[in-house]
Design a protein around this ligand. Structure first.
Ligand SMILES: Nc1ncnc2c1ncn2[C@@H]1O[C@H](COP(=O)(O)OP(=O)(O)OP(=O)(O)O)[C@@H](O)[C@H]1O
Ligand SMILES: Nc1nc2c(c(=O)[nH]1)N=C(CO)CN2
Length: 164
């Protein structure tokens, strides 16, 4: 069984519920065991010019599926939850990405592990570290080093803080 970290993001108003539904559908797959999860964060969009807040969370899982089979399964969950790909960075009901896998790397057009930009996207990195900690998964030093470079206060604002 391999340990993976799965990133979930939604830019819909009901983003939290999309992430909860994704969690539920993943937990129903008999080949996957969820072993930890982060809280659901509300973050300003990063790396794109959206106006709305995103919800983001990370699930730590154990599975025997190959990375390719896991990605196909995650795509099927996205479909079930109404994911459309109208254009690049289009508002998304749910985006599920393989962020990282213990002792495994991939670098092809269709699958990068760790996911490109994981280490400079605070919306993915912070919940990834949290989920791994809950699951007692030991992460590489690269995670701590990247975390220390983040300016967390300026990157994580709750909706209430944005009104100040
Ligand atoms: N680790 C990975 N997890 C998920 N998709 C990946 C991964 N590595 C490469 N991809 C590829 O990324 C492509 C784009 O995925 P998607 O449509 O979810 O993009 P996006 O959500 O618009 O952008 P982002 O990459 O920022 O999530 C897919 O075709 C997929 O094959
Ligand atoms: N905060 C946040 N920003 C983003 C996100 C996301 O999930 N959260 N996803 C993007 C495209 O994948 C682009 N920007």
């Amino acid at each position: 069984m391999a340990n993976y970290l799965i990133g979930a993001g939604s830019s819909f108003l009901q983003g939290c519920s999309k992430i909860q539904q994704a969690y539920f559908l993943i937990s129903k797959n008999s080949n996957i065991k969820i072993v930890g999860e982060s809280i659901i964060y509300a973050n300003p969009p990063q790396g794109c010019r959206d106006y709305f807040l995103y919800n983001n969370a990370v699930f730590a899982i154990k599975t025997n599926l190959t990375p390719e089979a896991l990605l196909l399964f995650l795509r099927s969950v996205e479909q079930k939850l109404g994911r459309m790909r109208a254009f690049i960075n289009a508002p998304r009901s749910i985006d599920l990405d393989i962020l990282w896998c213990k002792n495994l790397k991939r670098a092809s057009k269709d699958l990068n592990i760790p996911l490109n930009n994981l280490f400079n996207r605070s919306f993915a990195l912070i919940p990834a570290i949290e989920a791994a900690k809950k699951a007692k998964i030991k992460l590489e030093l690269e995670f701590t080093q990247a975390f220390e470079k983040l300016n967390i206060e300026s990157r994580f604002k709750t909706p209430d803080q944005n009104l100040l």
